[in-house]
Design a protein around this ligand. Structure first.
Ligand code: SF4
Length: 505
């Protein structure tokens, strides 16, 4: 196309990103030469009942992985509004790192200048004294327009260049977007390691065989997991996503990998290509910990006496804490972090009744043990759960405590049900081993004790505006112009009819 003014109505520029309709964006991406990239994303991150992001922009997951790594520059290529939201969220979560951005307009996009601008930016920033790696992330519009990041040089003066497509119409959750970048980095590092000697990890004095973990964990958890592995003669390797490039080699060099977060499909593929066995679930509660230690020990070819010693150590410590911290409550649980089944296991083992657990992440083999365990105890497990399913489950189960995402918690509070954000509950406390066994009881008890307060809140806010009139009420909810809704409905129906007649999308 040589005239930027003649952008077709199916162009990603007119389709409107995550509001523009995924099929339109997918078609545009395929037409622009991204068929292989889109097919890979569809295979790794299969769709569920919801086909649009129901939480934050998925690309935030990749961005966060890049921003958490030392000596790594992260550059976004996307619409300014998307980049504004992503940088805002990054700094809200304390990134303390610059986010690179290569802006574009309709002309630079359709003429191919955007790719040239990205290439220039990469050459400017890729200085070995500053960086080990430069990550470039294509958001929705550049992906749908076929901006070919795969043509970027693989390295510049030794600085690795990683270009990835992370469109909202191809990656359903921000959790899985972490895997897109982690998997791309592991692949790069694996090929480097296969080609010749690579950097040793920091503090490599510990010669024990290591177990690598998949997933972002609460900082105290890896320490506790390391202590549980010690009786088997195993050390703890890095968690993926890693905090620096050289840790990728150490992770690939592990004897076994614990897929604590089960949705890291691309990363698992790289570990398997390196010949590393994968163990699902995690050391959560007593049952979960004993089964996990067994699985890890066998995968790492540890003698059964040593596995038994590790299990005996865990049993003593965890059993006592579980007995001292019982949970008596009916709880529904939903989230998009990927650890929902593990948290549900811990709650059930502590005595809670959990009729429903929903996760926005897909089903993979690495959560099968948790699903089987939960289903055997009467919990309905919903993968790729939509917000609507989570809400329906909560309203049906009438729990003492609803743990979930922001809109679910809002709905629960409207109904007078005590509620808690899943992310707040799990991100600030340990989940595994003995520390995890005692961590949830206090917070559940504190929230359910407040049930009467929630019921009082309903009567206090009675009559206050909701939906479009939210925020008004004590002085009167604004009145709608008479007939406005009806006129809008008719106008929309007329527009849809006209578009159907002209065949316009
Ligand atoms: S990049 Fe994210 S915010 Fe932007 S259109 Fe895509 S999904 Fe929406």
């Amino acid at each position: 196309m040589d005239d930027a003014r003649s952008i077709p109505t199916s162009s990603p520029l007119t389709a409107g990103g995550c509001h523009g309709g995924r099929e339109t964006m997918l078609e545009a991406a395929k037409a622009a030469g991204k068929s292989d990239a889109m097919a890979k994303l569809m295979a790794d991150y299969p769709r569920g009942p919801h086909d649009q992001p129901q939480s934050m922009c998925p690309a935030f997951g990749s961005l966060r992985v890049g921003l958490r790594m030392r000596r790594t520059a992260t550059i976004l290529s996307g619409s300014a509004c998307c980049v504004y939201g992503l940088t805002f969220t990054s700094h809200f979560y304390g990134a303390r790192r610059s986010v690179g951005y290569v802006p574009f307009n309709s002309e630079s996009l359709v003429r191919g200048q955007l790719y040239e601008d990205i290439r220039d930016a990469v050459f400017k920033i890729a200085k070995p004294e500053d960086y080990d790696a430069v990550v470039v992330i294509n958001l929705c519009v550049p992906t749908a327009s076929g901006v070919p990041l795969e043509l970027l040089p693989k390295q510049i003066e030794g600085v690795r260049i990683i270009g990835i497509d992370v469109p909202g119409f191809g990656v359903p959750t921000h959790a899985e977007a972490k895997d897109v970048l982690a998997g791309a980095m592991l692949k790069y590092a694996r090929l480097e390691a296969e080609a010749g000697p690579v950097q040793r990890p920091r503090g490599a004095a510990d010669e024990r065989p290591k177990v690598a973990l998949l997933g972002e964990l609460f900082p105290a958890d890896p320490i506790g997991i390391g202590q549980m592995l010690a009786p088997m003669g195993l050390g703890l390797g890095p968690s993926v996503p890693t905090r620096e490039w050289r840790d990728l080699y150490a992770a690939l060099d592990s004897v076994a990998v614990g897929a604590i977060h089960p949705f890291y499909t691309a990363s698992v593929r790289e570990f398997q290509a390196a010949g590393r066995p994968i163990v699902g679930s995690g050391p959560v509660g007593l049952d979960g910990t004993l089964a996990w230690l067994d699985g890890i020990g066998k995968a790492a070819n540890v003698a059964s006496a040593k596995i038994d010693a590790a299990k005996a150590q865990a049993q003593g410590a965890i059993g006592a804490v579980m007995a001292a911290c019982p949970i008596k409550a009916r709880i529904t649980l939903s989230g998009y972090e990927g650890s929902e089944l593990l948290v549900a296991r811990l709650l059930v083992e502590a005595g809670a009744e959990v009729p429903y657990v929903g996760t926005a992440c897909p089903r993979t083999p690495w959560s099968d043990a948790d699903r089987d365990w939960l289903e055997a105890r009467g919990t309905h497990v919903q993968y790729r759960a939509s917000l609507e399913q989570d809400m329906a489950a909560m309203m049906d189960a009438k729990p003492d405590l609803a743990v979930g995402t922001t809109p679910l918690v809002q709905k629960a509070k409207e109904l007078g049900i005590p509620a808690l954000y899943f992310t707040n509950m799990v991100s600030a406390r340990p989940l595994f081993g003995a520390p995890g066994a005692g961590s949830l009881a206090g917070i559940v008890a504190g929230q359910t004790r407040g049930a009467e307060r929630f019921r009082r809140m309903i009567s206090f806010f009675e009559g206050v505006g909701k939906g479009t009139a939210a925020g008004y009420g004590f002085d009167g909810v604004p009145k709608e112009p008479p007939g406005a809704r009806d006129r809008l409905r008719k106008a929309r129906a007329a527009k849809a009819k006209a578009e159907a007649l002209t065949g316009e999308v």
